[in-house]
Design a protein around this ligand. Structure first.
Ligand code: PA5
Length: 430
C-alpha cells in the first residue's frame, strides 16, 4: 500500500542522469528535514505526527465526535486555509458524493460572503447544530467574523446550552479563541505549536470533523504512519515523494512553471484544492515556485483540454490515478446499439476511465506536456492518509530544493494589513 510514481511519460523530457545529479542535494535536504536544521525547522512537528499522536488524544477526539454525531444534524466547521481544506479534501475523497447520511459537515469562515452565510443560516434553520471553530492563531479575520455571527445564532437558539455545542480547536495557550474557550468552558482541542496550518490535516484540525463525518480516522492515521516510515528513506531513487519533488524542480528550472494536478476521479477535487494550498503557500515566495493548478478529467478535457494539448508550453501535468477497480460497473449490451457503444460491452467504467487517462497522457505528452503519474492502489482511508503525508513530505523536499522555507507564508500578511487599514481597524490607521 504505497503511492508510486510512474515515469513512463516523463522519460522523454527528463533524463535519468539529470535526476542523479540531484541526489546529493536531495540527501542534504533530507538531512535538513530529519535533523530539523533547515529554514522553518520549528514547524516540522507533522513529520513524525502519525506515529507519535497519543492514544489518549485520539480517544478524546473520538468521544467528542460521537457526542456531536449523537445529537447534531449539522456540524459547521469554521476555518480558512489549512484549518478547513484538509477536512474538505478527505471528506470529498472518501464519502459518497450523494446522500452521505449521518451528521452533515459544512464549512464557514473561509470567505466573507454575506450571501454564503445567509444561505448557510437558512440551511440550518430548524436543525440541530454544533460548531467546530478552528484557527491556530485564533485571530484570523474571516473565521472570527463567521464565529461571531454563528455563535450569536447558537446562543439565540440554545441559550446556555450553546456552550456545550461549540468546540474550539486552537493553540494551547495563545490567541483570542483560546481565551474564549477558557472563559466559556467550550470543549477544546490543541493544534500543536510545531505544526503549521497546511500541514495540520492529521491533527485534531482534520480528525475531529472527519470523525463526525464518518471517516475512519484510525485508518487514515495508519496510512499516514506507513508513509512516514516508507518515505523516511533518504535515497532519491527509492523515495517516490522525493522523486516527485525532484522532477518538479527539474521541470521548473526548464520553464515548466505551472503544474496541473489532474485526476480522472472527481472525488479528488478537494484534494486538488488542499494540494494547491500546500504547494502554493509553501513554495511561492521570493519570486520562485511552481504555480499549482488543477483539473478533473474527463470533465475538464471539454474545457481545459484544448489549452493543455495546444496552448502555451509552460505546463506539466501530474496525473493521480486509483489503479484498483473498486466499482465494477459495466456497460450493458443494447440490442439496437443506436449509440454504437456495444464495442464497450463488458468493459467496466474503470477500464474505460483508465484508458481515457492513458489516451490523454499520450496526447498531452505528444503535445509537449511532461506528465508525471502518481498511482494509488485504492481509494480508501488508509491510502488517503498515505497520499496526504506523501504530498506533505514531497512539498517540504521540493521547497528546500528550490531554496525557500516551506513553512512560512509572509506574503499572506500583505492583504490583511491593507484590509485592516482600509476598514479602520484600531492600530492600523495610516
Ligand atoms: O498554512 C497556513 O498556516 C495558513 O494557510 C493557515 O492555515 C490559514 O491562514 C488560517 O490560519 P489560522 O488557522 O491561524 O486561522
Amino acid at each position: 500500500m504505497t503511492v508510486k510514481i510512474n515515469t513512463k511519460f516523463i522519460q522523454e523530457f527528463v533524463e535519468t542522469n539529470e535526476l542523479a545529479a540531484l541526489e546529493d542535494f536531495v540527501a542534504a535536504s533530507h538531512k535538513k528535514i530529519h535533523d530539523k536544521t533547515g529554514a522553518g525547522a520549528e514547524y516540522l512537528g507533522w513529520l513524525d505526527w502519525p506515529s507519535k499522536m497519543e492514544e489518549a488524544e485520539l480517544s478524546r477526539l473520538e468521544e467528542a465526535a460521537e457526542k456531536v454525531k449523537s445529537d447534531t444534524d449539522v456540524l459547521i466547521v469554521i476555518g480558512i486555509g489549512g484549518s478547513y481544506l484538509g477536512t474538505k479534501a478527505v471528506q470529498d475523497l472518501l464519502l459518497p458524493a450523494f446522500g452521505a447520511g449521518g451528521t452533515e459537515v459544512i464549512f464557514a469562515g473561509h470567505n466573507i460572503s454575506g450571501r454564503y452565510l445567509e444561505e448557510l443560516l437558512s440551511h440550518i434553520e430548524g436543525k440541530k447544530v454544533a460548531l467546530n471553530v478552528i484557527s491556530k492563531s485564533g485571530t484570523t479575520t474571516e473565521p472570527a467574523i463567521a464565529f461571531r455571527i454563528l455563535r450569536k445564532w447558537m446562543v439565540d437558539a440554545y441559550g446556555e446550552e450553546a456552550a456545550n455545542r461549540i468546540i474550539v480547536t486552537t493553540d494551547e495557550k495563545e490567541g483570542a479563541l483560546r481565551k474564549a474557550a477558557d472563559k466559556a468552558g467550550y470543549t477544546s482541542f490543541v493544534i500543536p505549536g510545531d505544526i503549521g496550518g497546511r500541514y495540520s490535516v492529521l491533527t485534531s484540525v482534520g480528525l475531529l470533523p472527519l470523525a463526525v463525518a464518518g471517516v475512519d480516522i484510525r485508518s487514515l492515521l495508519e496510512g499516514a504512519a506507513l508513509a512516514e516510515s516508507t518515505l523516511a528513506n533518504p535515497a532519491l531513487m527509492e523515495n517516490d515523494a522525493y522523486l516527485y519533488a525532484a522532477y518538479r524542480q527539474i521541470l521548473n528550472s526548464r520553464g515548466y512553471s505551472v503544474e496541473v494536478m489532474a485526476s480522472f476521479e472527481p472525488a479528488m477535487a478537494g484534494i486538488n484544492e488542499w494540494w494547491k494550498q500546500l504547494f502554493g503557500e509553501s513554495e511561492g515566495k521570493q519570486g520562485k515556485g511552481v504555480f499549482p493548478a488543477s483539473v478533473i478529467y474527463s470533465t475538464d478535457l471539454h474545457s481545459m483540454g484544448q489549452y493543455l494539448q495546444d496552448g502555451r508550453r509552460m505546463l506539466f501535468e501530474t496525473m493521480v490515478s486509483f489503479t484498483e477497480d473498486q466499482n465494477q460497473t459495466e456497460i450493458p449490451f443494447d440490442e439496437e446499439d443506436g449509440d454504437g457503444l456495444n464495442y464497450l460491452v463488458e468493459k467496466s467504467l474503470h477500464e474505460v476511465n483508465q484508458t481515457a487517462m492513458e489516451a490523454t497522457a499520450l496526447a498531452h505528452a505528444e503535445g509537449g506536456v511532461p506528465i508525471l503519474s502518481l498511482e494509488v492502489p485504492k481509494l480508501d482511508a488508509q491510502h488517503a492518509g498515505y497520499l496526504l503525508y506523501f504530498f506533505m513530505k514531497a512539498c517540504a523536499m521540493s521547497a528546500y530544493l528550490s531554496g525557500v522555507n516551506p513553512f512560512d507564508q509572509p506574503g499572506v500578511e500583505q492583504y490583511k494589513q491593507n484590509m485592516f487599514e482600509l476598514l479602520g481597524k484600531p492600530g492600523y490607521e495610516k
